[in-house]
Design a protein around this ligand. Structure first.
Ligand code: SF4
Length: 489
């Protein structure tokens, strides 16, 4: 399983793996030639299709020398390119879209029997992916989709074209899934949707998202609730109140700004303006002074002037984000913005991008330095720190506000396991992480840690997550990069 793009794809890939395992497939051993390769694609980048066809080309010799091997392509690029994929790569066996991931096992079977490529793309969602079987990457942290699709029409975004109108899951179904996960040892869930705080629009309850957060607060054993991503347009005070008043909803908010210029926001067809964004930031800070805010920003949207860019810098200064995921605008085929006049020269975009990064790095460092000397409880994560595996005696995880923290651990059975909670005192701050130089003062051994230990002995390596963008993995490594669009609002 090769996954590209956003958290929604990561979530779908967990379902695809679960479906395939239910159908009798088993994970191929490391280094062996698999009988089946599934690409779950992303359409966000301008050259996403070149990359896919390059990968398919590389697989061709393996397929030729391995009779019976099947290749399936799903996800957003498949939804967009449809039959074009088998025209350009006739050795592909199955093409399926974003609305019918549940069809994959049947399509593979049909292609095998009929010895013919199967292309099946649906225009509307048939089965909510979350109701399908799943093989999760993490034993202690899980994505839970509450909605798919988006009713907005941001001009840079391909989501409405490829994922369709927003479809909401019933709150009872969401909560049943969360309870089942917790019973399985999960202690952290991330509620997932393209625009989470529009949740409820389909069943007519404007306060449904705040109610869902509060209901998660009632679930015994659920330590941490996060969500991604809200849209500033739909951000209502009841959500801020629910966040502040529900102890297991973490003091963290990822809210995509995209641009600080009201003129550019209008051109992006994002219906809030600078003042509204800043007023939400202000209210969140008042209600939760410890909250860490993160955002997505697109630099160099068509027509962006130096004055517009200065407005973005102004909002960044005012908002004091802990992190910003910054992207240089690039044309996404199929989006209205790709046709707009005023596309900017690469050098101008690059230069603004570097200025923005410089400013944000300074703010990230200053915000992290405010944590020096503080004790934080870290949910120990597997693979959150890139060097953890090569550095014996070091572990990493996320603080409640989702900051990445590295710290030393005693070796042996005393060491906290992924899923356990360790309290450490921050002694060093860098722009993108914190360090505690002393071992934890307290370790809470959790059911999640037990679940990890039980699973770790048996588990093969998880599905590969190959991304053309910053890290996306199991939810503990989020806020994942959004590329300013897919899976973010
Ligand atoms: S950027 Fe977000 S809000 Fe806008 S259309 Fe895309 S998914 Fe919807």
């Amino acid at each position: 399983m090769r996954t590209y793009g956003c958290q929604m794809n990561v979530h779908d890939s967990e379902r695809l793996s679960g479906l395939l395992e239910d159908a009798g497939y088993v994970r191929a051993a490391e280094g062996s030639t698999p009988d089946l390769v599934v690409f779950n694609t992303c359409a966000v980048r301008e050259n996403a299709d070149n990359r896919l066809y390059g990968n398919l080309g590389h697989l061709r010799p393996a397929k030729d020398s391995h009779p019976g091997m099947q290749i399936a392509v799903g996800g957003c690029l498949a939804q967009k390119d449809r039959g074009e994929i088998v025209r350009r790569a006739p050795w592909v066996d199955v093409v399926f879209g974003t609305h019918n991931i549940d069809s994959l096992p049947a399509l593979l079977e049909r292609s095998r029997i009929e010895r013919e490529a199967q292309v099946e793309i649906k225009e509307a969602l048939e089965t909510f992916p979350s109701t399908l079987p799943s093989r999760r990457d993490s034993s202690y942290s899980a994505w839970v989709a509450i909605s798919v699709g988006c009713n907005n029409t941001c001009t840079f975004c391909i989501v409405p074209a490829l994922r369709g109108k927003e479809r909401d899951r019933r709150p009872g179904d969401v909560l049943a899934e969360v309870r089942a996960l917790v019973a399985d040892g999960v202690t952290e869930v991330t509620l997932l949707g393209q625009n989470v705080n529009a949740y409820g629009v389909e069943f007519g309850d404007r306060q449904a998202f705040a109610k869902l957060l509060r209901a998660c607060g009632e679930i015994e054993g659920l330590e941490r609730v996060r969500f991604t991503s809200p849209h500033p347009r739909d951000f209502t005070d009841d959500v801020i109140e629910a966040m502040a008043e529900t102890p297991n909803v973490m003091p963290q908010l990822h809210m995509p700004l995209q641009s600080g210029s009201s003129r550019i926001l209008k051109a992006m067809r994002r219906s809030y303006r600078q003042e509204r964004f800043l007023s939400i930031v202000h209210k969140v800070r008042e209600a939760m002074p410890e909250a860490a805010l993160t955002t997505d920003i697109i630099v160099g949207f068509p027509g962006e002037t130096e004055e517009d860019f200065a407005e973005t810098l102004h909002v960044v200064e005012q908002s004091r984000f802990a992190q910003a995921f910054t992207f240089q605008y690039s044309k996404r085929p199929g989006t209205p913005a790709a046709e707009l006049d005023g596309q900017l020269p690469k050098e101008v975009v690059q230069q603004r991008y570097e200025r923005l990064i410089e400013l944000q790095n300074r703010i990230s460092l200053e915000e992290n330095q405010r944590l020096l000397g503080r004790a934080v409880e870290v949910l120990v994560a597997e693979g959150a720190g890139r060097k953890d595996r090569e550095t014996p005696g070091r572990a990493s995880g996320r603080a409640p506000d989702n900051r990445l923290v590295h710290f030393p651990v005693p070796e042996g059975p005393e060491a906290p396991r992924p899923g356990d909670l360790a309290t450490v005192t921050v002694s060093y701050a860098a722009p993108h992480h914190l360090v505690a130089e002393q071992p934890p003062t307290e370790v809470r051994r959790t059911r999640a840690g037990e679940a990890w230990a039980a699973r770790n002995g048996q588990a093969a390596t998880g599905p590969g997550v190959l991304l053309g963008m910053p890290t996306v993995g199991a939810p503990e490594s989020q806020p994942a990069a959004q590329d300013g669009c897919c899976s973010a609002s």
